[in-house]
Design a protein around this ligand. Sequence first.
Ligand code: NAD
Length: 500
Amino acid sequence: MTRSVPLFIEGRFVDSEASEWIDVTNPATDEVIARAPVTTDDEMARAIASAKAAQKDWAQVPVSDRARYVMRYQALLKEHHDDIARILAEETGKTFADAKGDVWRGIEVVEHAMGVPTHMLGETMEQVARNVDTTSWRHPLGVCAGITPFNFPAMIPLWMYPLAVACGNSFVLKPSEQDPLTPVRLAELWVEAGFPEGLLQVVHGRKEQVDTLLTHPDIKAISFVGSPTVGQHIYRTGTHHLKRVQCMVGAKNHTIVMPDANKEQALNALVGASCGAAGQRCMAISVAVFVGEETRGWVEDLKAAFEQIRPGSSDDPDAAFGPLISRGAKERVERILGTVEAEGGRLLLDGRGYEVSGYPDGYWVGPTLVDNVTAEMTCYQEEIFGPVLNVVHVDTLDDAIEFVNANAYGNGTSIFTDSGAAARKYRHETEVGQVGVNLPIPVPLPFFSFTGGKGSFYGDLHAYGKDAVRFYTETRTVIERWFESDIPDGHGPNMTINLG
Ligand code: NAD
């Protein structure tokens, strides 16, 4: 019988009373490996109530003790790194090495959360006026919620609840219905780490469950990562209900290749950054902008590099990447590729109809390289989320900057060049939130924040780093005056706003 994915509510793993279930498939085989419940209204209400009750006591736990729970969690995640990655690889199709990377990038955020006593320090100023001092404190918000996408089922949940809980909140997580087994494993280790009951709740489902979180009066803040259309709904609905909301959404990331770049480094970087994880990364490079006449000839070498890699199953050590997450995702990529030639592009390598021996039903798309792409084409306008690189040619760095800045998204970008001046000009003039110089995917480590911008982000404070601590806390400012023994000075009450 197919395994049912449990809810994690009220401190226990329970079978849902759901009447509707969602199949979870292995993308390499098309086999149903589990089914996730569409959480009932009653179960949603119980999860939120339990999170609310747990948070009251948790906020009284000293911050260094809260950090120690996180330390135990970090140790367990490291101990079980391989076993989490195996579950993740089965339900996402990622190669085992890539699945381990997904978990590792999450562990790094947990390590950052271990430093919560330092992160939560407020600010003080003595003598802001005569005998008056000011102190600001960081207070938890209450119950926070997270809604996460399919493409990083370990890393993205771990961006959220460890830090939110370390800051004194409780958390309700609604992971992607396409790969819920990894988050459930993360919750099992959470229990092993000994966190008090109720601080983390994991519910499953789709729009209705998310809408409950967006509208419930006891949810104070919403973290979302996913597609732009859903992100807009979440931002609008959440803020309409007067919640704090941060939404990390879609992307179209460009790499600029200058004629003075180290060619081999640049081309290798483009292969990995476009096809890694089958292109299903919000920081995947999906557009290469070649600058100048002399780089035109590099595209043939790029094609040769693309021909060296191939997809395969997660246990195939030579596979560069796995299948797409679902049949629907594969069909979508194939539909977009079907528009290329009619719209004037050249399909130098076409990954449609790719077959992997032994896996006839997998959702495969092979490495795909499209040349002569222009801004109007469908393959440029849409976020493809497949192992596809679009190649654009421009004459100058100024043209490249103009091209990138005209794009609605602003998650990540990079430039390959030997010129410090070109690199500086690019990082200064690009409107994108995360910029790499001679490296393809500029994802900051967790002591910085994940600062995607423009149409890739709705909100004010970003994921992890200092921004996330501010997102999951509110500032209380205390202004104190202590009278000296020779006060009052006989002048009577002060009737002005000036404290001095
Ligand atoms: P998605 O928007 O389809 O789903 C994300 C979450 O929203 C899931 O939990 C899903 O159940 C829920 N959801 C789906 N439809 C909903 C609706 N109508 N109302 C409320 N909730 C709904 O995204 P996905 O396909 O899982 O993930 C891929 C997308 O995520 C891409 O656009 C990618 O760029 C983006 N992404 C962005 C970042 C970033 O940091 N900017 C990181 C990873 C992924």
